[in-house]
Design a protein around this ligand. Structure first.
Ligand code: ATP
Ligand code: MG
Length: 403
């Protein structure tokens, strides 16, 4: 096939609706430009409802992976540009259709004549181009209602543009278009997936990780940074808050070590996350909880934990099966990192039988007997270390003073 000189990027349908369209399109455009920074030769052209890329020699296959990570893009197609001559257009049409894998059974041609001086009108061109394709690929059939492939031809002032292959985009909402959230990120399989889904839904996330150094290792923190680095290509760069949780955990454990321990620790984690979220202007907490997965993820447990905070808690995986979650983890390339062995701060002082049905009144009365709790929580917030994790290269990570 002729090498594509251009690519057409289409916004998602949702993006096209309502008064926010302009802002949404601008965000998507910025993310496209960011993703394509490694290819400075590319020129961008914004048109109504789409973005055109002039590839200037950059192979389409090279730009596809970063584009597939831009939320708000519905689809992407390579575009071949030919001279405005019938024969050139017919040749290009036939060779583009031949190059499709898998080969479609049916197709239709849709010609749009922007250039009114082109000698054949769009109806005539549909037949002329369709005929050429059928001669080259006699197995193919025309279906104008539900074709497997639509071959589009745009007759422009200077050239004809042809495209038929359609690559799915990431879909979703443009980054940050639905606000900001704090993602509670462990080293496990679930929370990175929850983070990805939150980002896809238009939330800009900052990650919050609790570690119990020196009880948990430096490697387990590196693992979390590696996970965030897998999320960063979807969000430009992602802030990571590393919360030193040892002191909170030890103090709580010294005061109470029975079956509600996990609930108490999780409530403390939620409170710290809420404080970090508020300071960063986030409006929600995102977790990787999934109903029934473990003792702390029963309805009663999640309720008792969630009530420690005022902020809404979003649980994108709540009704998903593990195998669906793993599929997404594989797609976003976090699975192989998540399954590396690591210590989690919560496995440090596990009670013999964690409660699956914690009673909120009991919890409140235990917490009332911990008058120092608020202070150690505050202290953990103050000692939190924040880094901006960049996609790609560790050398570009930036430390950030939180307060
Ligand atoms: P994951 O695979 O995300 O670790 P999980 O199924 O192992 O989830 P839990 O370990 O019970 O479940 O954790 C439930 C949720 O609590 C996690 O998805 C995450 O959002 C949050 N969480 C747990 N441990 C931490 C941690 N050390 N730091 C930050 N968040 C955590
Ligand atoms: Mg876990």
């Amino acid at each position: 096939m002729n090498q594509a000189q251009l690519a057409v990027l289409r916004y998602g349908e949702l993006v096209l609706k309502g008064k926010n369209r302009h802002r949404f399109e601008k965000t998507v455009f910025e993310q496209v430009k960011r993703g394509l920074r490694p290819f400075p030769a590319i020129r961008f052209e914004r048109e109504f409802g789409r973005i055109m890329l002039h590839l200037n020699g950059v192979p389409y296959e090279d730009v596809l992976p970063p584009l597939k990570r831009v939320f708000g893009l519905a689809s992407i197609s390579p575009v071949v540009s030919t001279e405005l001559e019938l024969e050139r257009i017919q040749e290009a049409a036939a060779s583009m259709m031949e190059a499709l894998t898998p080969q479609p059974d049916t197709f239709k041609v849709t010609v749009r004549r922007v250039n009114k001086s082109f000698p054949h009108d769009s109806q005539a061109m549909n037949r002329l181009v369709g005929g050429a394709v059928l001669r080259a690929l006699p197995e193919l059939k025309v279906d104008v209602h539900r074709p497997d492939t639509e071959l589009k031809v745009e007759l422009r002032e200077e050239a004809a543009w042809l495209y038929c292959r359609v690559d799915q985009g990431a879909g979703g909402f443009p980054l940050g278009s639905n606000g900001r959230a704090a993602l509670m990120l462990s080293g496990g399989i679930d929370s990175p997936v929850a983070g990805y889904l939150a980002m896809r839904q238009g939330l800009k996330v900052e990650a919050v990780h609790f570690h119990s150094y020196p009880y948990t290792s430096e490697q387990s923190q590196q693992k979390v940074r590696d996970l965030v680095r897998r999320l960063a290509p979807y969000g430009g760069s992602v802030k990571l808050h590393m919360v030193p949780f040892t002191e909170v955990q030890t103090r709580i454990h010294q005061a109470y070590s029975q079956n509600l321990l996990i609930t108490l620790l999780r409530r403390a984690m939620f409170r710290i996350t809420e404080k970090l979220a508020e300071a960063g202007g986030a409006g929600a907490i995102v977790t990787g909880e999934s109903l029934g997965q473990v003792a702390s993820q029963t309805l009663a447990s999640m309720d008792a934990i969630g009530r420690a905070v005022q902020m809404p808690v979003l649980r994108p995986l709540i009704c998903m099966e593990k195998k669906e979650i793993i599929k997404i983890a594989e797609m976003i390339d976090t699975f192989h990192i998540s399954i590396l062995p690591h210590e989690d701060c919560c496995t440090l002082f596990l009670p013999p039988s964690p409660s699956t049905n914690p009673n909120l009144n009991v919890i409140h009365s235990i917490e009332r007997n911990m008058p120092w709790l608020e202070e150690v929580i505050e202290d953990a917030v103050l000692r939190t270390e924040t880094t901006w994790i960049e996609a790609g290269d560790e050398r570009f990570d930036r430390f950030d003073a939180f307060f």
